[in-house]
Design a protein around this ligand. Structure first.
Ligand code: GLY
Length: 356
């Protein structure tokens, strides 16, 4: 087990990473305080004994898997249950699940009785390398993803790779995309190691994967400590996300995983960078090969028009300071955030990736 820290002064918190972490870690953080857990329903079906080991007799509030749970109506229901349970301001919430449960339980914790602490038990690769760290919490409004939320840092993050044993390959791949993203903007040596490993990363027991998750958490912790509220440096973590957010908002059927959308968003950002004279072509060749070997998508859904994706990026920009901005790479580990590109040039790249 490795223990890192997100250095946020009095709100500093530990991030434990490893396989078969001791559940006593959670008991230590709770320190006898009353608590309740928000638990992903699929996780509850697949990992009952492990959940029992971690949560013991804590009351469990189970939520359906999937983005549909990130709704205010769900927050209202959960808060009602917490009131019934008598959880007071001395209480603590535990989020056991992937990014959806972490975002939802974090939102609930930030708002319940004007805010109670919470602990992240991320159980998907994506949540372990990205979503559980950094305090972003949110729910969706109709037509506006993550439109309501708080920065609310957890008391601790406990990323146990043993949860990944029952994760689908598709969810593993999606998590790998966010892992690659972090290394692409922060760690050239690790990016090369991931590219060399390829499909071997799809084995949740691979020691390389555990080392990569730890390294990714270390990078993310450093970025969050430097820029908690995304006023500057944290923006580089949005590499690939300008297109990904538009793609997710477009609601392709069947739905894409967030990590799948980010993978395609990174390829498109690399191509955009090439056309803008910023990114050497070797970077895209490398990620195209890696994503191909992992089975991550390399093309947009055929029925999606470039104009629609541009309109969705435009709608999103109002929430991001009024400009559609991209993170482009000069090299692995050398991101440039806040790059504005003419819509016609973005559209040309989208068409290269199969948009109508
Ligand atoms: N997922 C990117 C961030 O937490 O800033």
């Amino acid at each position: 087990m490795r223990t890192l820290a997100v250095e946020l002064g009095p709100r500093r918190y530990p991030v434990h990473v490893g396989r078969e972490l001791p559940p006593a870690l959670l008991a230590e953080v709770l320190a006898g305080r009353p608590a309740a857990a928000v638990v992903d329903a699929r996780l509850a079906r697949r990992q009952g004994p492990r959940l029992d080991a971690w949560l013991g007799g804590l009351p469990r509030l189970t939520v359906p898997s999937g983005e549909g749970s990130k709704r205010l109506v769900r927050v209202e229901r959960l808060a009602g249950r917490l009131l019934e349970l008598g959880l007071g301001r001395d209480g603590v919430l535990v989020a056991a699940g992937g990014g959806v449960v972490g975002d939802l339980a974090g939102f609930l914790a930030a708002s319940y009785l004007r805010g109670v602490p919470f602990v992240q038990l991320p159980t998907t690769l994506l949540a372990q390398v990205d979503a559980s760290l950094g305090g972003k919490t949110a729910v969706h409004l109709a037509g506006a993803r993550n439109a309501l939320g708080f920065f609310h840092q957890p008391l601790a993050v406990m990323a146990d790779l043993a949860w990944l044993d029952t994760l689908s390959r598709r969810d593993l791949r999606a998590g790998l995309a966010e892992l690659v993203k972090t290394m692409a903007v922060a760690d050239p040596a690790w990016l090369e190691r991931l590219a060399a490993a390829g499909p071997a990363l799809l084995d949740p027991h691979a020691p390389l994967l555990e080392a990569a998750v730890t390294a990714s958490c270390r990078h993310k912790a450093a970025v969050v400590a430097a820029d908690e509220r995304e006023d500057g440096r944290r923006r580089v973590l949005n590499f690939g996300h300008t297109l990904a957010h538009a793609l997710e908002a477009a609601g392709p059927r069947p739905a894409w995983r967030h990590g799948e959308a980010v993978a395609l968003g990174m390829l498109a950002a690399l191509r955009l960078g090439e056309r803008e004279g910023i990114t050497p072509p070797a970077l895209r060749r490398c990620l195209t090969g890696l994503f191909g070997s992992l089975g991550l998508p390399g093309r947009l859904p055929p029925d999606l028009a470039a104009a629609r994706l541009l309109a969705l990026m435009d709608r999103d920009k109002k929430r991001r300071g009024g400009r559609v901005e991209f993170v482009l790479l000069e090299a692995w580990g050398r991101p440039r955030a806040g790059i504005v590109v003419a819509p016609s040039r973005v559209a040309a790249v989208l068409r290269e990736f199969g948009a109508a």
